[in-house]
Write a protein that binds this ligand. Structure first.
Ligand code: GDP
Length: 444
């Protein structure tokens, strides 16, 4: 369990204040010692721990008596606030260039999850409505290019590659040119990782950076490496100049040191965190929620937000009405499939809350994969076709056009159209309002 140890150790600190009426210089000594030990055990660097403990102590003694608030609660509140500040306070959003193509350069040591992050980032950006392209500039491991290609297929994003014989900076430059031609919103450049920092890697990164003038230069670091991650961010920032970090593997039993130290040590924010191996397991880094999680209060905010996203009541009712009147069209289809896909993340969040089990049906996973393919086909339809799927059922020429525009086969488009009509019938069946079969045969 993430931060489990840290949370438990901190609880010991609060418990020492039970029965006290007010926070004093004397009675915070023991709890502060616990907090100090807890942070060090979580692999937060010593100077950061020292500063943190000092700040919290100063504030605690100064608070005096607040009616209705126990001293231990008061200390929790102060620690919470200081943890949030330590991690940078506000969420630090990705920056996009105001016009034209945004370039994101990814750097990181081998095995930290950089290639995975590249694809996850595309998945994330697509949800924000941005088109993406990945550039394979890791020319030392042919396997890395293959891996990126496979992931690109998975998230429905093209991968620009030129094999292993061309200079990374040249590939990056050509990739960017290609992306600009195609009016792609965001280009993500995947660079080579080494087992450890060396001059050749830094020089190459500098060269790539210079070649594409990125809006964001993000260092991918592994949360499991604790304060070492913070040190890496510092080094990369000094060497090549970065805009932030992406922290991966926060789902593992990382002790928290990385999440807590990166900002304070390097001055650079953690922008995103990876919390699993699936494409949707990348999200913004919210210092306040992270602090809440460390203090063992559950990530209630994330839960509420995700749940709201999916369970929009009105939408569901609207949908039901449409189904009843057999007007369920491709717009509804898209909405509904997206909702199902999002349930995947919700079920994960539910899993984080004590007392709630995982509820992920296997179908959700499948739906997530199909969604991307379906979206591209539906996006290639005209608004009229989306509202009147019959048009597509009747016209092979229209289906062919959709296939060409979405880069899918005619067969896939036909399948999608058939699926929509089947869904109409199935849904009407479910609601008990079925009035005879109405799946039209697709005309050829
Ligand atoms: P790269 O060498 O930096 O490109 O690393 P990869 O992207 O190939 O990832 C290395 C391994 O870490 C793979 O098995 C990934 O599935 C896994 N991985 C990446 N990100 C995460 C994460 O956030 N959580 C977990 N549990 N595994 C991850």
């Amino acid at each position: 369990e993430m931060f489990g140890q840290l949370s438990t150790s901190l609880e010991a600190a609060w418990s020492k204040l039970r029965g006290e009426e007010i926070l004093t210089k004397e009675n915070i000594v023991e709890p502060m010692r616990d907090i100090r030990r807890a942070l060090l055990e979580a692999d937060v660097s010593l100077p950061v721990v020292r500063r943190f403990v000092q700040t919290v102590s100063d504030q605690a003694v100064g608070t005096g008596l607040i009616r209705g608030v126990r001293p231990d609660q008061q200390l929790v509140k102060i620690v919470n606030e200081e943890l949030v500040k330590l991690m940078g306070g506000e969420v630090s959003d990705l920056v996009f260039s105001k016009s034209g193509t945004t370039v994101i350069l990814l750097a990181g040591l081998q095995g930290v999850g950089k290639t995975t992050v590249c694809a996850k980032l595309c998945f994330y950006l697509k949800k924000l409505g941005k088109s993406c392209m990945m550039v394979a500039a890791d020319v030392y491991r042919p396997a890395a290019i293959d891996q990126l290609t496979i992931l690109g297929d998975q998230v429905g994003v093209p991968v620009y590659k030129e094999g292993t014989e061309v200079r990374p900076s040249q590939i990056a430059k050509n990739g960017l040119e290609e992306a600009r031609k195609k009016k792609v919103d965001v280009v993500i450049v995947d660079t080579a990782g080494r087992l450890q920092i060396d001059k050749a890697m830094m020089d190459e990164l500098k060269e790539v950076k210079q070649a594409v003038n990125p809006t964001e230069v993000l260092l991918v670091v592994d949360a499991m490496t604790g304060q070492e991650a913070a040190a890496l961010v510092t080094t990369f920032n000094i060497e090549i100049g970065i805009t932030g970090a992406i922290l991966t593997k926060l789902d593992g039993d990382s002790r928290g040191g990385a999440a807590l130290s990166v900002r304070e040590v390097s001055g650079k924010p953690i922008k995103l965190v990876g919390r699993g191996e699936r494409m949707e397991d990348l999200e913004p880094f919210y210092p306040d929620r992270m602090a809440g999680r460390i203090l063992g209060m559950g990530d209630v905010l994330t839960f509420v937000e995700k749940a709201q996203e999916v369970m929009k009541q009105e939408d569901a009712q609207e949908l039901q009405k449409k189904i009843m009147s057999a007007k369920f069209d491709f717009n509804d289809f898209l909405k509904q499939t997206r909702a199902v896909a999002q349930m995947g993340s919700v079920s994960r969040v539910l899993g984080m809350i004590p007392g709630m089990g995982k509820v992920t049906p296997a179908q959700i996973r499948e739906a997530e994969k199909n969604l991307i393919v379906m979206e591209s086909m539906i996006n290639a339809m005209t608004p009229e076709e989306r509202e009147k799927p019959e048009l597509l059922a009747e016209s092979p020429a229209r289906r062919k056009r959709v296939a060409t525009e979405s880069g899918k086969t005619v067969q896939q488009v036909s399948q999608l159209v058939a699926q929509l009509f089947q869904m109409r019938v199935r849904m009407k069946n479910l609601l008990g309002v079925m009035e005879g079969g109405s799946i039209p045969a697709l005309k050829n």
